[in-house]
Design a protein around this ligand. Structure first.
Ligand code: GDP
Ligand code: MG
Length: 372
């Protein structure tokens, strides 16, 4: 409304400008047709004509954050969603063995025999409830993803080998989980081994604020053997219990938003991205902006490589149809139409390039000064 005068108003209201000026005069505002009006004056005048004046807010189409604003979501639209779990811990403490064990012992009968895990995430059904597991992307990747704004994990399972104890990457994992504000469930692994000392591990972890309930704390500890499948069900029970306490919810009936788990360029299929849907439902054909790229969801497959048509909250899917390869931790949002998605994606790519240029030239200057 900035700079709007009586003439502009006359056009909008389909009244003669002279009439507007006269009305303004009666309201105690003395102006000619070309003088710009105060916002309040416009509002009062518009109200006199029975119109509610609203400032036109220029929407920034490149801003993906606005889609993630779920705090304003009507409570009645929300339904519970599966927890998203990341397994972290020191190298060789048994993360992969644990993920494999869970996956193989809880696949549905129809899938048995035919499973080849295609993507770095999967879902299991346990006690009629779904849990989403993300393959540990490596701690560095994890923190980089967080730096990009992706907060995709609800619960961290910290694997600590009972024969090795707390190691550097164990501490790193604790720090990541704390920074991401996700609750930690401790899986003390390899309890089958002769040299296993679970109590020592527990004692070590108390120094990092991870104290089991029977020691007066509130951290869940489960003693497992990932290799021999011991207490895995108990661990899953604890994950579901923790999830229940968290009351994880999402609205499946809106355009999808989420994050990139991983992405690569496939020789035949072009850019391929594993996405985690966090709100809404993603469909084949949806126009989408992913990080600094865009496209239309051409194909969508689940973790077993099966074609699916839609994906609800907490579901990991692999999609094709993007213009370029996004980065892990990038966020995505489905747009109302392909034209807007393209415009937003291209603008985001342009800005990213400019930022990159600014950064590299800055570095060059720094280097220059350093050598002087
Ligand atoms: P990651 O680096 O954390 O993914 O560790 P892996 O899952 O690759 O396991 C490292 C090694 O420990 C492998 O040789 C596993 O077979 C072994 N391992 C994992 N879990 C157990 C366990 O519960 N008991 C025993 N005895 N060995 C295990
Ligand atoms: Mg591994």
């Amino acid at each position: 409304t900035d700079g709007m005068n009586a003439q502009d108003l006359a056009k909008i209201l389909h009244r003669p400008a002279a009439e507007i000026v006269k009305k303004l005069f009666m309201l105690g505002v003395m102006v000619n047709q070309n003088q710009s009006l105060e916002k309040d004056t416009i509002e009062i005048l518009a109200a006199d004509y029975g119109i509610e004046a609203k400032e036109k807010v220029q929407e920034d189409i490149t801003d993906l954050d606005r889609f993630f604003d779920v705090d304003n979501e009507d409570e009645s639209h929300l339904v519970s969603r599966p927890p998203v779990v990341t397994v972290m811990g020191h190298v060789d403490h048994g993360k992969t063995t644990l993920l494999d064990n869970i996956r193989h012992s809880h696949i549905t009968a129809q899938e048995a025999g035919g499973i080849t895990q295609a993507i770095g995430a999967y879902q299991v059904k346990y006690n009629d409830q779904v849990i989403t597991f993300l393959d540990t992307p490596g701690h560095a990747a994890f923190s980089e993803m967080r730096a990009r704004g992706a907060n995709i994990t609800d619960i961290t399972v910290l694997v600590v080998a009972a024969d090795d104890g707390v190691m550097p990457q164990t501490i790193e994992a604790i720090n990541h989980a704390k920074a991401a504000k996700t609750p930690i469930i401790v899986a003390v692994n390899k309890v089958d081994k002769p040299g296993a000392n679970p109590d020592h591990v527990t004692e070590q972890l108390t120094e990092y604020g991870l104290i089991p309930e029977d020691w007066g704390g509130d951290t869940i500890f489960v003693k497992i053997s990932a290799k021999f499948g011991k207490n895995i069900d108990e661990l899953l029970d604890m994950i579901l219990l923790q999830a229940e306490v968290m009351e994880l919810k999402a609205n499946p009936n809106r355009r999808a938003v989420g994050s990139v788990v991983e992405a690569r360029l496939d020789q035949g299929r072009g850019p391929v991205a594993t996405l985690l849907v966090q709100q809404g439902t993603l469909h084949v054909g949806d126009p989408i902006v992913v990080g600094n790229t865009f496209g239309r969801v051409r194909t969508m497959t689940n973790e077993n490589g099966r074609r699916i048509k839609e994906a609800t909250p907490s579901t990991p899917v692999e999609i094709t149809g993007l213009n370029a390869v996004p980065e892990a931790g990038d966020r995505f949002a489905v747009f109302e139409d392909e034209k807007t998605a393209r415009a937003a994606g291209e603008e985001r790519a342009k800005r990213a390039q400019e930022e990159e240029r600014a950064r590299t030239s800055h570095v060059t200057l720094d280097n220059l000064f350093a050598t002087m």
